[in-house]
Design a protein. Structure first.
Lengths: 158, 502
């Protein structure tokens, strides 16, 4: 009896090991095919892998901030944990949206990402905006920079 | 007991293995699905069109173009859909709504003209040919082939007629070649002179791909003779056209060649000009060849001045119809969308017709310009939100605020115009002479032209809100000035009757 069970267990164990190995392989290749590593980088080209943000990318290349800021400089927090948390959350939503094709078009920034952006404006422009920054530290209540300076990031909109 | 317990534990462990294997298999299955999805999206991104059939200058049938461009063709076919917005469209019913019933002023304003018999809300592009063939304006009044300039695909139709009349070259040559243009213009002149029925037999399709696209390069191009001539006439005027920079540039050149949109205009300008081939003011009656009245510019009073200076071959001053109730020789506006848009903020900001009426839509990883030409109000996300980042309800409310105000002002302008018509009618009955009433007739012409310019235009003022309000304010003013004139004539007559002669 025990020998039989041990045999079955061994076979199942092998099967499981192969299955997990296969999954890792297939998953790894899909990750590579989907340019997964590029999303961990700072390269703006990663943001146009799927072409949805082509207009934003093209606009950024012609816009005022092109020389001084990449996508991540404005759109992700500057601390390590915050940066990768934001990347993970956006990565999940964008992948889900693009795979299921169920996102709102034209794409629009959501409140969470908007406050990340606002914080980053102030981080760099602290010295200039000190006097008009109504709610320092509270990006949700702060005077919204891009409400007027809409064109700095992605160039003029027609 | 102990063995039993171990056995059960081992049995459970076995099931655990099986479940885990099933789970890993399911996850791998899901990952492969995702992989497949990525492959599809990547393929879409690299492949825009597959050339299945050869297209050339003789291919009129849109379904053939549709083989190579299925996405554009699919949306083009949707113009068959009936729809209605607050002020536009023909509603969702099978039979279009009659404007004569929804606007009680119109039968009086158009008295004596074909538009008093039949005047329906417009339907989509797909209906343009059938709707024209059955309207009582065509079946009950004699019309010419000029009407077809904008109600059928006539690039090839005109060229074939031109060739029949001895124009040089062949149909295979490019429409933009010297021979192609000569064929087009000769055919156009000939078809305009035909009776409508004879010309309509030549027509096969509503507006088609070839009317706006070069079959070889798919570049946008204009092919309607009225526009080709009209835009050159506009280029030769002094009127500033900052929204059409290629005309401004052409004006600074040596002007040896005529302004040619297909050669000179930018792609963004072409995205409006192809629409301006038809969505404009023009004369298409029997007395002269169809023309666009743009000699002095695109504003309402500039077009009016052009008409006023135009003489029919018999030497009579230009007019569209003699008003049945007053006798005034008045003007009827067509659908001056291009002209009104030209006065608005969107044109000034470089926004073309296609940006709002044929916005880019994404299918998978491909972006295509929607060929389902329709009101932007039916597609606010794609049409407006690309630039205006406000909720759809807010955008719609802003548009309707403009349209409601225009509609209210237009109603007043029509009431004023009808007031003048009735005053003239009464004065005539009481014996006022045509000579006495001539200045008031002139004011009827002015008022009626303005109010109809906004009524016939398909945006209820939205294409240029302030300009629309200015035009309607002028209409009200001219109509009431006319009434005062008539009142003055009446008063003079009564005073003369009451006061005994010295």
């Amino acid at each position: 009896m025990p020998t039989n069970i041990n045999k079955t267990r061994m076979i199942l164990g092998l099967l499981l090991a192969s299955a997990i190995g296969l999954f890792a392989g297939v998953g790894g290749y899909t990750f590579y095919f989907g340019k997964g590593f590029s999303y961990l980088s700072n390269d703006p080209k990663a943001c146009v892998n799927c072409h949805v943000m082509r207009e934003q990318y093209d606009g950024w290349q012609k816009a005022a901030h092109h020389a001084v800021a990449t996508c991540n400089d404005c759109h992700t927090p500057h601390d390590l944990i915050g940066k990768y948390m934001t990347k993970a959350s956006n990565g999940y939503h964008h992948s889900k949206g693009f795979t299921l094709q169920d996102f709102h078009e034209p794409i629009m920034i959501k409140p969470g990402n908007s406050s990340v952006l606002q914080k980053n404006c102030v981080t760099c422009h602290q010295d200039i905006v000190d006097g008009i920054n109504t709610h320092p530290g509270n990006p949700k209540k702060m005077l919204n920079c891009v409400h007027c300076h809409r064109e700095v990031g992605h160039g003029p909109v027609r | 007991m102990k063995t039993n317990h171990t056995c059960r534990q081992r049995g459970l462990a076995l099931w655990g293995y099986v479940l885990l294997i099933a789970f890993v298999a399911g996850a791998a299955f899901g990952v492969l699905l995702l992989y497949q999805n990525m492959v599809t999206r990547k393929a879409e991104a690299t492949q825009h069109s597959v050339r299945i059939t050869e297209l050339d200058e003789t291919t009129v049938d849109p379904s053939k173009w549709g083989l190579n461009f299925p996405r554009q063709y699919d949306s083009y076919k949707r113009t068959v859909d009936n729809y209605g917005t607050k002020y536009g469209g023909a509603g969702s019913e099978a039979a279009p709504v009659s404007k004569l019933k929804t606007d009680s002023h119109l039968p009086e304003i158009f008295a004596g003209y074909a538009f008093a018999i039949d005047y329906n809300q417009r339907r989509g592009h797909a209906h343009m040919l059938e709707d024209q063939r059955v309207t009582k304006r065509v079946t009950e009044r004699p019309q010419t082939g000029a009407c077809l300039h904008c109600h059928t695909s006539n690039t090839v139709l005109y060229r074939k007629e031109g060739l029949k009349l001895g124009s040089p070259g062949t149909l295979e040559e490019s429409m933009d070649s010297e021979n192609g243009r000569a064929q087009l213009m000769a055919g156009f002149e000939a078809v305009c002179k035909m009776p409508y029925k004879q010309a309509a037999e030549l027509a096969q399709h509503p507006v088609a791909c070839i009317d706006c696209h070069d079959p070889k390069t798919m570049d946008l191009r204009v092919t309607k003779p009225g526009f080709i001539r009209g835009i050159d006439v506009l280029a030769h005027s002094d009127e500033p056209v900052p929204h059409l920079p290629s005309i401004e540039r052409w004006r600074t050149g040596d002007r040896k060649q005529p302004y040619d949109a297909n050669r000179d205009a930018s792609r963004q300008e072409m995205r409006s000009m192809v629409c301006g081939q038809c969505h404009v003011e023009y004369y298409c009656g029997p007395k002269m060849t169809l023309f666009f009245p743009w000699n002095k510019g695109l504003k309402v009073e500039q077009i009016e001045a052009t008409y006023n200076e135009t003489k029919f071959p018999d030497g009579h001053r230009f007019y569209d119809f003699a008003h049945a109730k007053t006798g005034a020789e008045v003007l009827k506006a067509q659908h001056p969308e291009f002209e009104l848009w030209s006065q608005g903020i969107h044109a000034r900001s470089g926004v073309s017709c296609a940006d709002c009426h044929m916005p880019y839509v994404r299918e998978g990883a491909i972006k295509v310009s929607s060929h389902h030409v329709r009101s932007p109000l039916l597609n606010i996300a794609q049409a407006c939100q690309t630039c205006h980042r406000y909720p759809e309800s807010e955008i719609k409310a802003r548009v309707e605020a403009i349209q409601d105000r225009t509609a209210a002002l237009m109603d007043r302008a029509e009431t004023a115009t009808v007031g003048l018509i009735r005053a003239l009618e009464a004065a005539k009955k009481q014996g006022a002479t045509a000579q006495q009433l001539a200045p008031a007739y002139e004011l009827q012409r002015k008022a009626q032209w303005r109010v109809d310019f906004i009524n016939a235009e398909n945006s209820m003022g939205f294409h240029a809100p302030q300009e629309a309000a200015r035009i309607l304010a002028e209409a009200i003013d001219y109509a009431r000035q006319g009434e005062l004139l008539v009142l003055g004539i009446k008063l003079a007559a009564t005073t003369a009757a009451v006061t005994p002669a010295p």
